[in-house]
Design a protein around this ligand. Structure first.
Ligand code: FPP
Length: 235
C-alpha cells in the first residue's frame, strides 16, 4: 500500500540526450517527451495523486537555439490538439504556471484555452510550467507584496502562509515528492519555496524512458521515507 502523496513535481530532463542517442534531432525527443506527459498524467491520476507539476520550459531555456525554442513553443498546440478531449473526459484540470505574457501570442492562446476549458474539472490538476523560474516567482511575489504594503492593502507582519498567496502556485498544496529524470542531481530554479519539505528522487532514466513502472518505483521509495518535517519520529 502506497503512502498518500498529494503533489508530485517532475523535472523532465534528458529529452535531447535521448534523441541524440537514437540519431534523431533534439526536437524529436521533446515530441516523445510531450506524449509521455499524457502517459504519466494518467498514471498519476490512477495512483491517487491530485497535483502533478511538470517543468516544460524554464526562464533559462530561452538560451537554447532558436529552432529548439520555437519548436517547444509549438508543442502545446500539438499536445492539446491530440489529448485535450481525453483530458476533459478524464476530468483533469489544466493549470499553466509561469510568465505567459512573454510567450508567443499563439502559444498563450492555446495555454489559456486549455485552462479555460478545464477550469470546472475536479480530477487531477495537471500543472505545466512554461517560462517559469522560481527565483523570479519569489521576486515578483516580493514586489507585489511591497506594493500592497505601500498602498495600505497589506501590513508588515506577513507570515509564510500569507506570502504563499503571492506565489504563482497559490492554489496548490506543497510538493510532497520531487523527481528529476536523466541522472542530474540539481533543482535548477524549480519550485524552491514549494519543495521546502519535499522528498527528492533522482532517477537515471531520461524523460522519454520514464514509464509508469519507473514512476511507481519512485512512489514505493517515497513510501519508505520517514517524513519528519523537522520534528522527531513517534516511537
Ligand atoms: C529537458 O530535456 C526538457 C525540456 C527543456 C523540455 C521539456 C518539454 C517537454 C517534455 C514537452 C513539454 C510538454 C508540453 C505539453 C508543452 P533537455 O532537452 O534539457 O535534455 P538534455 O539534458 O538531454 O539536453
Amino acid at each position: 500500500m502506497l503512502k498518500e502523496c498529494n503533489h508530485v513535481a517532475i523535472i523532465m530532463d534528458g529529452n535531447g540526450r535521448w534523441a541524440k542517442a537514437q540519431g534523431k534531432p533534439r526536437t524529436a525527443g521533446h515530441l516523445v517527451g510531450a506524449d509521455n506527459v499524457r502517459t504519466i498524467a494518467i498514471a498519476a491520476s490512477e495512483m491517487g495523486i491530485k497535483y502533478l507539476t511538470l517543468y516544460a520550459f524554464s526562464t533559462e531555456n530561452w538560451k537554447r537555439s532558436q529552432d529548439e525554442v520555437s519548436y517547444i513553443m509549438k508543442l502545446p498546440a500539438i499536445f492539446f490538439k491530440k489529448y485535450m478531449q481525453e483530458f476533459l473526459d478524464r476530468g483533469y484540470r489544466m493549470n499553466i504556471i509561469g510568465e505567459l505574457d512573454m510567450l508567443p501570442k499563439a502559444t498563450q492562446k492555446v495555454l489559456n484555452d486549455a485552462m479555460e476549458e478545464s477550469k470546472n474539472n475536479t480530477g487531477l490538476n495537471l500543472n505545466i510550467c512554461m517560462n517559469y523560474g522560481s527565483q523570479r516567482e519569489i521576486l515578483l511575489a516580493a514586489r507585489q507584496y511591497a506594493k500592497d504594503v505601500r498602498d495600505g492593502k497589506a501590513d508588515l507582519d506577513l507570515d509564510e502562509e500569507g506570502f504563499e498567496k503571492y506565489l504563482m502556485t497559490k492554489d496548490f498544496p506543497p510538493v510532497d515528492l520531487l523527481i528529476r529524470t536523466s541522472g542530474e542531481e540539481r533543482i535548477s530554479n524549480y519550485l524552491l519555496w514549494q519543495i521546502a519539505y519535499a522528498e527528492l528522487e533522482f532517477v537515471q532514466e531520461s524523460w522519454p524512458e520514464f514509464t509508469p513502472e519507473v514512476f511507481h518505483r519512485c512512489l514505493e521509495e517515497y513510501t519508505k521515507r520517514d517524513r519528519r518535517f523537522g520534528g522527531v519520529t513517534n516511537e
